[in-house]
Design a protein around this ligand. Structure first.
Ligand code: AMP
Length: 307
């Protein structure tokens, strides 16, 4: 079962109330690949890096079944750099620096060997580039999932709306759903956004879990109450990778299976926040994932006896 992932591969500088790192590998496609590769391999990555991206990091991805044929390496430029600082509640952050570097002239090319992929994960990236990847695919994937962020709503809303017409599932957080729809109620926002194209909408609410909307149905997934959240960077991308990884593994894109997939995504995201950058994602095993999914089941499992 093949899965194409598109997005950034980056260096991040992160400051949280618990610590600070000046340079750690990140990027939307990096986190998606780490999460999804727990469920399906190969992962067919499309991204761009500069001459500074460490070989060990590429090798670490390759060893997890991540194909890098679609990752362009620009010899004389630096990788995309992003820097963010979290507020005390860890649910909100300020972007301090976005240095596009290689991303400024990125023109993603889908390698021939990636054609025929059944699942496409459009990680957070310029909407024009997300659309270009869709247009290059000779056969329409079974499912296209798209992640985006408020930044693209501010600077490229028309392009974003064009991509929305072509995707099956959109992932946004609650404030982005409100911004995109102009509605405060998340139920109204979901209806409004699904009218723009996606048949399914996932609204992430950080430590409060996520909502899955489809037609008139809604499903609520909790987030695991964690004693320590060290660094939320990449949690959204990790959620996306776990979500599409589960769907690609089971080859079932029904609403019922998407309910399971958002629990899987939430479980993966709960690991990601335990250490800086993707460090924790590199360590976890299938047994770790299984026991955390079991913890989620316990969290929401109750019997009620109405007399
Ligand atoms: P998340 O915390 O899930 O929103 O993802 C954080 C990751 O997204 C970081 O590793 C950044 O390198 C990457 N990132 C930040 N801003 C952008 C952007 N404008 N486009 C694409 N990737 C970004």
């Amino acid at each position: 079962m093949s899965l194409i992932t598109v997005g950034t591969m980056a260096f991040d500088a992160i400051e949280t109330p618990f610590g600070k790192v000046d340079k750690i590998v990140g990027g939307s496609a990096t986190y998606v690949a780490y999460a999804a590769s727990n469920f399906v391999q190969p992962i067919q990555q499309i991204s761009i890096i500069g001459n500074d991206f460490p070989k060990e990091e590429l090798d670490a991805l390759t060893s997890r079944g991540v194909k890098l044929e679609g990752v362009e390496m620009v010899p004389d430029k630096k990788s995309f750099f992003w820097s963010g600082k979290y507020h005390l509640d860890m649910n909100t952050r300020d972007t301090l620096v976005t240095d596009l570097n290689v991303l400024a002239d990125f023109n993603p090319i889908v390698p021939d060997s990636y054609q025929g992929a059944e699942f496409l994960m459009l990680g957070n990236l310029m909407p024009k580039l997300q659309l270009s990847v869709i247009n290059q695919l000779k056969t329409k994937p079974k499912l296209i999932v798209m992640d985006t962020m408020n930044f693209w709503m501010d600077v490229a809303l028309d392009d974003l709306k064009e991509v929305l017409k072509r995707v099956d599932v959109l992932l946004v957080n609650d404030s982005e759903a409100r911004q995109l729809s102009g509605e405060f109620s998340l139920v109204k926002a979901a209806r409004n956004i699904m009218a723009m194209g996606p048949k399914f909408l996932i609204i992430k609410k950080g430590e409060h879990g996520a909502l899955l909307f489809h037609e008139n149905h809604v499903f609520v997934a909790p987030a695991l109450p964690l004693e320590e959240v060290f660094d939320p960077t990449g949690a959204g991308d990790t959620f996306a990778g776990g979500f599409i990884g589960h769907l690609a593994k089971t080859k079932d894109i029904s609403f019922e299976n998407m309910k399971t997939a958002i629990i899987v995504g939430s479980a993966l995201a709960s690991f990601c926040v335990e250490k800086f950058g993707p460090e924790r994602m590199k360590e976890i095993t299938k047994a770790d994932i299984d026991s955390r999914i079991a913890a989620f089941v316990q969290l929401v499992n109750f019997e009620i006896d109405l007399v």
